[in-house]
Ligand binder design. Structure first.
Ligand SMILES: [Zn+2]
Length: 85
């Protein structure tokens, strides 16, 4: 019951980001996690010597990749991901 409009603030800057977060036929590459932090999934090849294995890491998005609007700061992410317990 901690969902406090999490994610609703992202995607307001431009339609492109909004669309990117709402992939219905595919898994969105940009998504908001349970803490309300916006993440981008980045596929990497060749980690740990497995050249043929794709690894996906989630990387926090600070600026909208489409229009450049500042979406969140490292402090925001720390506060959300670190929790306040
Ligand atoms: Zn944008």
């Amino acid at each position: 019951m901690t969902a406090q409009s999490a994610g609703n603030s992202f995607g307001a800057c431009c339609e492109t980001l909004k669309d990117a977060m709402q992939g219905e036929d595919f898994e969105p590459l940009i998504a908001v996690d349970d803490e309300g932090v916006l993440y981008m999934s980045v596929g990497l090849l060749g980690l740990d010597g497995h050249d043929d294995e794709a690894n996906t890491i989630d990387y926090p998005v600070f600026f909208c990749p489409f229009c450049g609007t500042k979406l969140q700061t490292a402090e925001d992410i720390d506060a959300k991901a670190g929790g306040t317990n």
